[in-house]
Design a protein around this ligand. Structure first.
Ligand SMILES: Nc1ncnc2c1ncn2[C@@H]1O[C@H](COP(=O)(O)OP(=O)(O)OP(=O)(O)O)[C@@H](O)[C@H]1O
Ligand SMILES: [Mg+2]
Length: 244
């Protein structure tokens, strides 16, 4: 379980998070919505402590990580797979080496075990046989899938997705949504999905959270979100429908 309590995060005068609370239950997929710049990517970085909050608690599996040392955080980070907003593959190495990266760096698995894991993960994302290709030769959708295979290779307990379907055509986005669902169901992970894509939000989310003015202004099921009479949510949904 991931628990965020009263999180404050500013950059100079820019108060981005202003007392945000959020709880992501075991095995759930939590979707985070909110306008561009509201602090969604910052939130994911705070969970992994790639940056620090000024105030507030972050509890991961009953451990308050707020004052953890870098070494303790390294141990916590190994529980997480992360799909960055840009797929962030390493351009100079092959797909197989990208997927194997964490395994090479942080485990004592043998070369054969790693090669098998890479194969298994590429097959899971329906990309068997691309091991030797270079990231530059892949389409955007393929890159996202390789990035997902890389995030899953370490068998994480949590996966953080930052805009997994942005920039993809509707059919490719659908395959990514299905993969996110399959990942949750088959690999029993707990996921946080940041997205602007309402189709994706409703398809993958067990719960949706909306960030507004630095706090969680709504958190509930997709059905509760769709039924909300809050004027901002009504407009948000209406605009979403116009574009989708
Ligand atoms: N390292 C940083 N230094 C200074 N300001 C930052 C930094 N990272 C983020 N910010 C600011 O924090 C705010 C929130 O940024 P964030 O990237 O979390 O937005 P977001 O909700 O993910 O937006 P988008 O939907 O466009 O990706 C923005 O105003 C951004 O400029
Ligand atoms: Mg972002």
């Amino acid at each position: 379980m991931v628990l965020l309590e009263n999180i404050h995060k500013s950059f100079g005068e820019n108060e981005v998070l202003r007392g945000l609370d959020l709880e992501i239950g075991e095995g759930q997929t939590m979707v985070i919505l909110g306008q561009s710049g509201c602090g969604k990517s910052v939130l994911l970085k705070l969970i992994l402590r790639l940056m620090n909050q000024e105030e507030g608690l972050i509890v991961i599996d009953d451990e308050d990580t707020t004052d953890f040392s870098e070494n303790q955080m390294m141990r916590v980070r190994k529980k997480f797979g992360m799909l960055f907003q840009s797929s962030a593959l390493f351009d100079s190495i092959s797909v197989a080496d990208n997927v194997a990266y964490m395994l090479n760096e942080h485990t004592d698995m043998s070369r054969t075990e790693i090669a098998n894991r890479v194969k298994e993960m590429l097959s899971f994302v329906d990309l068997s046989g691309v091991e030797e290709m270079m990231p530059a030769d892949l389409s955007g959708g393929m890159k996202k899938r390789v990035a997902l295979a890389r995030a899953l290779a370490f068998k994480p307990h949590y996966i953080l997705y930052d805009e997994p379907t942005t920039g993809l055509d509707p059919l490719t986005a659908k395959t990514i949504n299905e993969l996110i669902r399959n990942t949750q169901e088959r690999l029993d992970v707990t996921s946080i999905v940041v997205t602007h894509d309402l189709i994706s939000a409703f398809y993958v989310g067990d719960r949706l959270a909306l960030i507004q003015e630095g706090v969680t202004s709504f958190c509930g099921t997709p059905q509760e979100f769709a039924a909300s009479t809050d004027p901002f949510i009504v407009e948000y949904l209406a605009c979403g429908r116009e574009y989708n």
